[in-house]
Write a protein of this length. Structure first.
Length: 246
């Protein structure tokens, strides 16, 4: 019997599979958005206010950020070198800038100045700094989630300040993932990761089985998948419209 390949140091198949599931859910959500954008849904859907879509977005984003927080806990537990962290962080930051540039071409009035990748880039820095606080991660997470509901100031309503999250109204943009409250979800993931790695490592490191192995594999490439899936979807839809004269 052929031995199963060992997972990469600091990786856990079960968490990768959860991330892979979130990635497929995100892809389905974005493809639905694209279909609606190009007029394939009748009646047209409201992706900005409709509960069917806003609740899904919240769930998908929460899964991503929780997994990202867990990933930081796993990386630190595995002794990740600072150089490797900064290399990965730079990749996320560069991709965030590319998303801003691409969205400005497609949606000049509602381009993405601080979306999910921008948020993750900032949150990774905060979580990396806060990770040694351990038992304080949960209360800090609760504070991060609660603060925007208690404090809103007009000062934070501009594009240069709304990344904080203490806005009086949501900005007009195609994607908005401010530091607050979403940092709280990543802090929860980091806290859960620290506890699970310390107390349930054997169960956590157990293989996922053949059925979920493709999800675990997919979950190891979140940034590449994120950057490629929408251009492929939009390109396919535009090609279809051109071929059929729609």
């Amino acid at each position: 019997m052929k031995a199963r390949a060992a997972p990469a140091i600091g990786r856990f198949d079960r968490v990768d599979a959860l991330r892979g599931f979130a990635m497929l859910w995100m892809a389905a959500f974005h493809f639905s958005f694209d279909l609606n954008l190009y007029g394939y849904f009748a009646p047209a859907q409201d992706f900005y206010r409709g509960p069917l879509w806003t609740v899904q977005r919240t769930c998908i984003l929460s899964l991503f950020l929780w997994c990202a927080g867990f990933g930081q806990a796993a990386a630190l537990a595995a002794g990740q070198a600072p150089a490797r962290f900064w290399r990965r962080w730079a990749q996320v930051a560069i991709c965030a800038l590319l998303v801003s540039a691409g969205s400005a071409l497609m949606f000049p009035r509602s381009w993405i100045s601080f979306g999910v990748l921008h948020g993750i880039a900032v949150m990774l820095l905060v979580v990396r700094w806060a990770a040694p606080l351990r038992i304080w991660l949960l209360p800090l997470g609760v504070l991060a989630i609660a603060l925007p509901f208690a404090v809103q100031q007009p000062f934070f309503d501009t594009r240069s300040t709304n990344w904080v999250g203490l806005v009086t109204h949501k900005p007009v943009t195609e994607d908005y993932v401010p530091l607050l409250p979403w940092l709280g979800v990543m802090l929860f993931g980091a806290a859960a990761g620290q506890w699970l790695i310390a107390h349930r490592r054997v169960q956590l490191a157990a293989p996922v089985g053949a059925a979920l192995a493709p999800l675990a594999l997919l979950g190891r490439w979140p940034l590449s998948f994120y950057m490629l899936h929408q251009p492929l979807f939009i390109g396919a839809l535009l090609a279809t419209r051109a071929l059929h004269g729609l």
